[in-house]
Design a protein around this ligand. Sequence first.
Ligand code: ATP
Length: 358
Amino acid sequence: MKTYRIAAIPGDGIGGEVISAGVEVLQALAQREGRFGVTVDTFDWGGEYYKAHGRMMPENGRDLIRHHNAILFGSAGHPEIPDHVTLWGLRLAICQPFDQYANVRPTRVLPGITSPLRNVAGGELDWVIVRENSEGEYAGVGGRVHQGLPIEAATDVSMFTRAGVERIMRFAFRLAQSRPRKLLTVVTKSNAQRHAMVMWDEIATAVAAEFPDVAWDKMLVDAMTVRMVMKPQTLDTIVATNLHADILSDLAAALAGSLGIAPTANINPEGAFPSMFEPIHGSAFDITGKGIANPIGTFWSSVMLLDHLGEAAAARRLMAAIERVTGDTRFHTPDLGGRARTADVTAAVIDAIQGAND
Ligand code: ATP
């Protein structure tokens, strides 16, 4: 029997609560399927690790997880440590060297969940946002000089390469092609950013020619926020730069009902490195330790993890269990207006996994 090795990195805040729920669910699923096993190695990297060791993960951290089949990540962020230190020291320190250049964020209004948009029924909001995850505004190019002096200067240079844009466009067109509507929206800002974003548009047009069966259009990022709210039915697959997609996907998560539901996958499509799966939300220190974090975002991320491993049947079973549980308001956590606790939702999903007999 095949056994998958998963590296779990709970990180900070509610990360610990939702990742242990996710691991429980993955174990229950493996048991129910009976065709594969899951072993989980947990790494205590994050803010507390930083306070003890002066860094977010050990120097050889990546070597410790390089040969795992996938990574399940919670959240990085600590009230006493600047956000750029936690982000660059852990999440980006894994994503970038592991070349997880495609960040995939599905958004759907699940059964039982109400979108804050009036008149939006379930099927009318079904998107996948593809975020370029290796360069652009997060390239890390820039610097700061003359700190504290009146002549202080600071730059963050967004850097786009032809190779980087081509590969994310191809990934997005392929993903759009695999979905029933075969529809892609390319988000841009080429009216104001007249170098990199113009190249971005040109490459989109060139790659589109390889996918004649995919209908596509181009949208300025500011107009895109309006379209997401006013005409959500007109969108399906969306591709955007690192920063644009970061912002749009938080909006998407809110429109789908809660930040606590949305999943994300950081994919290295070539399989040269493990891919990483994580809920879209952050550390949420306001609810940490209260036992009320919504674990659905982590469960849905686990669906993506299983799909990535090629375990499509297990992925479908878990997604069906999630939808059965969100459909029952007794299992809604406070972020969804309910009173359920993380443990209640986890137990209900495990029950649904065990009860499902498809
Ligand atoms: P970070 O700085 O790590 O991004 P944050 O607290 O600024 O963390 P989020 O963690 O994304 O931002 O959360 C924003 C708000 O959404 C939180 O205050 C929390 O109440 C709510 N929230 C986020 N995730 C969840 C969840 N899984 N379950 C319940 N509420 C959540």
